[in-house]
Design a protein around this ligand. Structure first.
Ligand code: GCU
Length: 678
């Protein structure tokens, strides 16, 4: 038993139903892919059955149909201006939805796009939109719209906060597969087209997914391919050593090259449209090419060459840094690692290699700058990696809606090619004319009834899909849509949940870590406050607070030199305290507590104020939610209510510990004399 999330279909209101029922009576479907055809038929039966309480009827000629699902080239549509203008060589998924003489025409670039267009129709119906005058053209901005699962075969999920894996249990595939199918439906409905199905840390059992456990992969593949979603596997770089007798994993050794080529050949014999591999190598203890004195390009290209004949893709993660650092060392800066490890290799990677780069230089903190690697490798395919699972943003106990954060990342101007070189243009491939580019994200899903632990955390998954398709959508639009599709279009519910979601990131930031410094969490599990939790550890994650100030000097002039990795305009902006944006000040500079921020407050006063404001923000969330008691399903209502209660306790703990810590260390009192424990 689990929630249908945003794919709930209830009988539409009578007036609206009567207006449109006729449009969905006789349907013509032109489609080659038999698996997707079957899915489309099932989806139509389900949605139209429930929304209109009627059966759908398929006809064999477009002329006699009211709803026509066709290719762009079909005669009934090919003269449409939008389609004429489309460059047909363009790889990007696209569809056009138009009402012509009281017939609804869904024309699409390919089978996948027919599915996307169909879900769009259901969405419009659920939101009671006008279909009489519709002329809607949608084209995906990004070719790759991917999710990464960090699921292990034993059913655990690394950084999972919503129960156990929906795929695996006890080192086997789960017995019931219907939930996986419903998951594929949810993903396709927001345009996701790729998925990696196991943790990037590939341990013993998971290493066997490319050998004795491959049958399991095939079963998952069949489910996802019916919804246009490609399967990728995370692989263990040392596989030849672990599942065969070869004594090395050196990417330049013939026996290793042959071993991978054979492996890949066998995979494609079984799954002809297998997506490819995702690799975490030489990172946090995982094996990789460094052991053999080879660089990342040599390491990645060997696998890419094995995949290339079949159209496969090799995704290589850039999360590579020294995790054995010494806190006494003020020169080594973890923030610099990604750029230092990859930038010099631009142009060395094969065309079917994509570098997957985390949004920030550290690790999915509530606030970090955008990594300087975006745009710095014009000859290399780049994929943005986001984290939907809320490792550092409340673990789906605290509410933290991430769409506003992702919008800032996507809109960040890198200046790679002068002004207007935003991240979204680099990862869409538009800036450097690339096709193997796009979005990836670590997903937040588990087997909890609501998929995401916190009911409202579903919005992060939904919004991710929408943004990956159309990064220019605003957070407000996505939010409204999600609420309308998941709950109701009641204006009070819409405005209340919108306010809750849209304010939640800044509330969370307020009561946790100030001005981009990050961390301050309990080590290992990363939940809850611990100001010095990572201060003297080996992970390179320091705040360097002392009696006078806090922050890491990353300037070129006096610090680690990290600011110098950005293009000039940004390098200059971050280099000086005066021009560095307040919200990132402590990431880039070591700042005295008495320093005046551009907000007109001293740093210490900002720390106090924001922490009091954070708790007040959570109280406001509680009040808002209480107002919906009669308007929201009891199970959902209670889930959110209970989590908000926990969030309040959590935020109070953060506020008091952080404020006390900085009061004790700075000896500066709060201007307003509020309660700070001495
Ligand atoms: C973080 C996270 C790990 C994960 C790693 C990665 O460090 O805490 O669990 O393995 O990121 O992205 O590879």
């Amino acid at each position: 038993n689990y929630s249908a999330a945003w794919l709930k279909y209830q009988l539409l209101e009578q007036d609206y139903r009567e207006k449109y029922a006729d449009l969905f009576s006789d349907i013509y479907l032109e489609i080659n892919d038999q698996k997707i055809k079957k899915s489309i038929i099932e989806e139509l039966e389900l949605a139209i059955g429930n929304l209109f309480n009627k059966k759908v009827n398929f006809v064999s000629e477009p002329e006699s149909a009211k709803l026509c699902i066709v290719d762009f080239k079909n005669n009934i549509i090919k003269n449409d201006n939008k389609i004429k203008k489309l460059n047909n060589d363009q790889k990007k998924d696209a569809f056009l939805l138009v009402n012509k003489d009281n017939r609804l025409i869904l024309a699409a670039k390919n089978s996948n796009s027919k599915l996307y267009g169909l879900f769009k129709i259901f969405e419009l119906l659920k939101l009671k939109k006008d279909l009489k005058n519709i002329h809607l053209f949608k084209q995906a901005a990004n070719n790759i719209r991917m999710l990464n699962h960090w699921d292990n075969l034993d059913g655990s999920i690394e950084r999972g906060y919503a129960g156990k894996s929906i795929f695996y249990k006890d080192n086997k595939l789960r017995k019931k597969l219907t939930r996986i199918k419903d998951y594929a439906r949810l993903l396709a409905s927001v345009g996701i087209n790729s998925i990696s199905i196991n943790n990037v840390n590939v341990f013993e059992e998971e290493t066997k997914l490319i050998s004795e456990k491959f049958d399991l992969v095939k079963k998952i593949y069949h489910i996802f391919s019916a919804y246009g979603i490609k399967i990728f596997l995370s692989i263990n770089y040392a596989s030849p050593m672990e599942i065969s007798n070869i004594k090395t994993a050196d990417p330049l050794a013939d026996q290793v090259i042959n071993w991978w080529q054979n492996k890949v050949k066998k995979i494609y014999e079984e799954i002809p449209d297998f997506g490819g591999f995702l690799v975490k190598a030489d990172s946090e203890g995982r094996p990789g090419p460094f052991t053999y004195g080879r660089n990342h390009a040599e390491g990645a290209n060997m696998l890419a060459e094995a995949l290339e004949p079949y159209g496969g893709i090799l995704i290589w993660r850039c999360f590579v840094y020294n995790c054995q650092q010494d806190w006494r060392d003020y020169k080594t800066d973890r923030a610099k690692a990604t750029y230092d490890n990859f930038k010099y290799l631009d142009g060395e990677f094969n065309d079917n290699v994509i570098l997957q780069i985390k949004n920030g230089p550290m690790d999915f903190q509530v606030r970090e700058p955008v990594t300087p690697l975006f745009g710095a490798m014009p000859k290399t395919n780049q994929l943005l990696e986001l984290q939907i699972t809320q490792e550092y943003t409340g673990q789906q106990k605290d509410l933290c809606y991430l769409i506003p954060q992702w919008k800032e990342i996507l809109d960040f101007d890198t200046y790679a090619k002068g002004k207007e070189s935003q991240v979204k243009k680099i990862i869409s491939g538009d800036m450097f004319s690339q096709t193997n580019t796009g979005f990836a994200a670590v997903v937040n899903v588990g087997d909890d009834y609501n998929w995401t632990g916190h009911d409202l955390a579903q919005a992060n998954l939904y919004g991710y899909g929408r943004l990956a398709w159309e990064p220019s959508l605003t957070a407000e639009i996505i939010t409204k849509e999600w609420i309308g599709l998941t709950y109701t279009d009641d204006p009070e519910v819409l405005s209340t949940i919108s306010e809750m979601l849209l304010s939640s990131w800044s509330i969370y930031e307020n009561y946790t870590v100030p001005l981009g410094i990050g961390w301050m969490v309990n080590p290992d599990h990363h939940y809850g406050v611990n100001v010095d939790g990572y201060e003297y550890s080996r992970w390179g994650t320091y705040h360097r607070a002392n009696h006078f100030g806090i922050g890491v000097d990353r300037s070129v002039k006096t610090g680690t030199g990290y600011t110098g990795q950005y293009f000039e305009e940004n390098a200059e902006m971050y280099e000086s305290m005066a021009s560095c944006p307040d919200e990132l000040l402590l990431f880039f500079h070591h700042v005295p507590y008495t320093y005046m921020l551009s907000s007109g407050k001293t740093l210490i006063q900002h720390i106090y104020d924001s922490h009091f404001a954070g708790v007040e923000g959570v109280e406001r969330l509680q009040i808002l939610w209480k107002g919906l008691a009669d308007k929201i399903d009891a199970k959902v209502y209670n889930n959110v209510k209970n989590r908000l209660k926990l969030q309040l306790e959590n935020s109070i703990e953060w506020r008091d510990r952080v404020n006390t810590y900085f009061y004790r260390i700075s000896s500066i009192a709060d201007e307003y004399n509020r309660k700070i424990y001495k």
